[in-house]
Ligand binder design. Sequence first.
Ligand code: AHR
Length: 632
Amino acid sequence: FTVKANQLKAPISPTMWGVFFEDINMGADGGIYAELIKNRSFEFYKPLMGWAVEGKKSEGDILVLNRQGANTSNPRFLRVNVNEANNISIINEGFRGMGIKAGLRYDFSFMYRQAKPGVKLYLELLNEKNEVIGKGESIPSGSGSNWDKQSVSFNATATAQKAKFKIRFEGNGVVDLDMISLFPSDTWKGRPGGMRSDMVQLLADMKPGFIRFPGGCIVEGHDLATRYQWKKTIGPLENRELIVNRWNTEFAHRPTPDYYQTFGLGFFEYFQLADDIGAEPLPILNCGMACQFNTAELVPIDQLQPYVQDALDLIEFANGDVNSTWGRVRAEMGHPKPFNLKMLGVGNENWGPQYLERLKIFTKAIKDKYPNIKLVNSSGTDPDGDRFNLLNTELRKMNADIIDEHYYRKPEWFLQNVSRYDNYPRNGPKIFAGEYAAQSDKIVSVNNKNNLQTAISEAAFMTGLERNADVVIMASYAPLFAHVDAWQWTPDMIWVDNLQAYGTPNYFVQKLYSTNIGTHVVPLLNNNKTALIGDGGIFASSVVDKKTNELILKIVNTSDKEAESSFNVEGVNKLPSKANLTVLTSNNLGDVNSISKPSEVVPNETQIAIKGKTVKLKLAANSFSVLRVKML
Ligand code: AHR
């Protein structure tokens, strides 16, 4: 094979390899959002879901009250009537238990209201055997008709995978409680009320070019009432109105009737996360259509304006100066500097004339006010279907900036479609491969695995995305996270339980691409003529990094035999005698990582010797190799 290292083809967009975040599979609540208390504000459909009450209670000792109009975003609270005889406790079960770490500090806080002091709260973390593994106490000291907040921290003495949290009341009096919260102190960047650092670290390690949020179907909602509305996800936590999650129960492998979005992780936190990990933020907004796989509810065109206004206001929230209405809100939340939003998605997996007519209204309003914001448009879900092609044609006619294509397909489809973008028109819209994942079984099946085969087929497909970097400017695997005890969708890139998180082979493929992005595509040719697309089961692409003066080859061997290959590098004075080679492979195509064996299929880095300007490689069967070599 020949690599023409000095023939710079397309520049590679710095956003090329990114991540897609959705609160599915307990990705946010119960996942990356580190809150341990489930239903902390008693707003779930069943107000005491997640809570158990113990004690010799009489009628009226525990009440859920509803403020209704006095607080529409967080109407309910708990009233506890404490006396010496009733010995009441409330126990929270967490999100499939609470992951507790020995020696770590836990921060408990709550909002309360009481006529006068007299009640004491004893706090206990209990392990699976009901043994106390951490305790604290708190005496609410304020009095009157206003709500106060109080906090106390304590350390855990032991580790538990599925702990629970007990609040035992002593004394005499009536206390109203709301926003009962417990966070570990080892959150990402140590932010109080922040995110699980092990999960964020896996994202940060990828150095993703962008982060798309908040989904996915949750953008659309089952119906319009449960669509994602970013304005309800910012500001003080107690004012963020929770809604039922689009992934609540339906399709659930493990039933999730308790799946809500509390929005502790809201749009401000998403922007902050993007900032933290150096990724461009890519928010997606509802376009006036609920999920077309569900209710398919539509907002009439003459009532679309509030939806459009949400988009305009979001741009101001992200980019406006501190004197603008929404820029000031951002500044008050702690980020006076703009987030520098450059792209915005309108609609997720929406289609048909209904989508197009709404999209046109959004596009005009946004482009009139913010001509530099690039808009991401949806092209639906079936990459081989007529509907998809029709929509694509219409979006091209509209001169869309970026078209978001999704493909959840068999590994074979990914291999057969490596050339998908080779003949795409070069002057029209750019492509965002916004959601893709090879399926070892049918979508959502228990047998659908993140195995070596799916990872290798995605790696092969991605050589085609990379080779076409003049058209494809962004790509992301989906979904991102899944909790082993509460998932609705498989496969998923990163799996977690309450204490651990691990990357699948698919994660390592994504990471190898995003950490070896390069700046320009250069030709990698078979017999000096054509791109290397499947000959002998080998797929390859090559880029250079002009900043470091390195050549980066990505080579996928999808055959079950080791292959000897040789790459003649043209256009360099010379190559060093050594180069770094990273290989992802395993013994069997079905091999996976798991909580108990998180490192079965992980990349292995070695140095190889180079003679002259020829790189000779032995490509292991079913492997993905990345070679990085200095150009001298
Ligand atoms: O990634 C899971 C789901 O797949 C997303 O929510 C949706 O956009 C797609 O159908």
